[in-house]
Design a protein around this ligand. Structure first.
Ligand code: GTP
Ligand code: MG
Length: 192
């Protein structure tokens, strides 16, 4: 009887893939605004405040159940990021395209990330949002990619999307790329 029950349970199971993603980037880059956009309209918060520590947010996109660790980007909290490196299967790295002054700080944080022992040898997909493209003086995603030296990032799949998190422009394009990467990861891990 148990065998039959197990078989039926297996047939009925429409298991949603559950994926942990880490959302990082400097403070004020728009991380929480981006995560908020992906949530159901009725679950969205109306006000965005600087994140304290981090928040855990859940949303669905194209059949993937995401658990997003929306980290604070403030200097005093950036040491919290690494605690989540091991358990995340994808990274969203948000950049304020209009904050030219801090692009060097962005590069420093990115270098720390990709050299970290929990990240270094993994083919973890990294989605960059060149956010706030609506701001005057914002840099193009091509210029940001060059400033961050992304062309040297060869051992991980990465993609940069320009976005305006206030209007939502560019956000779905970006997450679509990430979902595609995650599906490929799942497909290659179940093949073995
Ligand atoms: P921390 O939690 O402090 O690390 O910041 P964060 O990266 O989560 O930034 P948050 O989402 O709180 O956004 C910071 C400010 O930028 C808020 O006032 C947002 O409304 C604004 N903002 C976010 N995205 C955009 C954008 O694409 N364009 C413009 N003009 N403003 C944006
Ligand atoms: Mg935030």
């Amino acid at each position: 009887m148990m065998g039959l029950f197990d078989m039926l349970a297996g047939m009925l199971k429409v298991r949603k893939e559950q994926i942990n993603i880490l959302v990082i980037g400097l403070n004020n880059s728009g991380k929480s605004t981006i995560v908020n956009h992906f949530k159901d309209p009725e679950e969205r918060s109306q006000v965005t405040l600087p994140t304290v520590g981090f928040n855990v947010e859940k949303f669905q996109n194209q059949g993937i159940a995401f658990t997003a660790f929306d980290m604070s980007g403030a200097g005093r909290y950036r040491n919290l990021w690494e605690h989540h490196f091991k358990s995340c299967q994808g990274i969203i790295f948000v950049i304020d395209s209009s904050d030219r002054m801090r692009l060097v700080v962005v590069k420093d944080e990115l270098d720390i990330l990709i050299k970290h022992p929990d990240i270094q040898n993994r083919r973890i997909p990294i989605l960059f949002f060149a956010n706030k493209i609506d701001c005057p003086d914002s840099l193009s995603s091509v210029k940001i990619a060059a400033a961050l030296g992304l062309e040297k990032l060869k051992d991980k799949p990465w993609h940069i999307s320009s976005s305006n998190a206030l209007s939502g422009e560019g956000l779905q394009d970006g997450i679509q790329w990430l979902v595609q990467q995650i599906r490929e990861m799942i497909a290659s891990s179940t093949k073995k």
